[in-house]
Write a new protein. Structure first.
Length: 234
C-alpha cells in the first residue's frame, strides 16, 4: 500500500493519500493544494477513485470538486453534513474500497455534526479529522458541536481501537504528524482516560477561542463540496 501525508501550511491541514493496486483515495484535500495533489497522483501512476471528507471544514475550502474536474474522482462526505454535489453520502459502518484495501467509516460527531473517522481494515491506522488531534481535539462551539457527543465519540469509536493503532489528525499546529490510541489515552489532556465527561465539558466551555477566520467563506463552499461560485472570491 502507498501512503503519503501531505500538508497545507496556510491552514495547518493534513491531506492523506492511500493507494492499493493503483487505486487511490484522498482524505481532506485542500483547494489551494489540488494541483500538487493531482501531480503526485499522476507521478505515482494512480487512479483517484474517491476524495473523502472528515467533516464540513471551517478553516479551508476542500479541493474535492477541483480534483473531480481534473481527475474524474468521485466525492464522498458525511450524510449528516448535508453537502450538495457529493457522489456518495457516508453513514456509520459504511466501507470505502480501494484496490484490495478498505476504509471503515465511523461516525464521530461532536466537533461538528458531520465528523467521520476512517479506519483502515487491519486497524493499523485511523484518520480522525478534528475529532482527535495530537494531545487535543476540535472545538465544540459551532456547526452543531457538542462536547458530550465528542467525548462519547472518542471513547466509543476511537479509544476502542487497538492501542497500537496510529491516529492521523486533520491538523497539527506544533509540527507533530502522528500519534496512537495508547498515547492519547495516556497523555491527551482533554480526552485521556483520567478525564471524565464532565471534566471535558467544563474544559471545552471555557476555551474562549476566536471566531474562525475563514468560516464565512469555507463552510458555504464546503457545503457545495468545493464547487466555486463567482461570489466566493476564491
Amino acid at each position: 500500500m502507498i501512503f503519503r501525508q501531505l500538508f497545507d501550511p496556510a491552514s495547518s491541514t493534513y491531506t492523506y493519500l492511500l493507494s492499493d493496486g493503483g487505486e487511490a483515495v484522498l482524505i481532506d484535500p485542500v483547494l489551494e493544494q489540488a494541483e500538487r495533489d493531482a501531480t503526485l497522483i499522476s507521478d505515482l501512476g494512480l487512479q483517484l477513485l474517491w476524495t473523502l471528507e472528515t467533516h464540513v471544514h471551517a478553516d479551508h475550502v476542500t479541493g474535492a470538486w477541483t480534483l473531480k474536474e481534473k481527475l474524474g474522482s468521485r466525492i464522498a462526505s458525511s450524510a449528516a453534513g448535508k453537502a450538495s454535489g457529493a457522489d456518495r453520502l457516508l453513514y456509520d459502518g459504511d466501507r470505502v474500497q480501494f484496490g484490495e484495501r478498505v476504509l471503515e467509516v465511523r461516525a464521530t460527531p461532536g466537533h461538528t455534526a458531520s465528523c467521520l473517522t476512517y479506519v483502515l481494515d487491519d486497524y493499523s491506522m485511523a484518520f480522525t479529522g478534528d475529532c482527535v488531534l495530537i494531545r487535543g481535539c476540535g472545538r465544540t462551539d459551532f456547526q452543531e458541536g457538542n462536547s458530550s457527543q465528542l467525548y462519547r465519540s472518542v471513547h466509543e469509536k476511537i479509544f476502542s481501537l487497538p492501542n497500537t493503532c496510529l491516529l492521523y489528525p486533520g491538523h497539527d499546529y506544533r509540527g507533530f504528524t502522528v500519534t496512537s490510541v495508547a498515547e492519547e489515552k495516556a497523555h491527551n489532556p482533554r480526552l485521556g482516560l483520567v478525564r471524565s465527561e464532565q471534566d471535558f465539558a467544563e474544559c471545552m466551555a471555557n476555551l474562549k477561542l476566536a471566531y474562525p477566520k475563514k468560516i464565512d467563506v469555507a463552510v458555504p463552499a464546503n457545503l457545495r463540496c468545493g464547487r466555486q461560485n463567482a461570489s466566493d472570491g476564491l
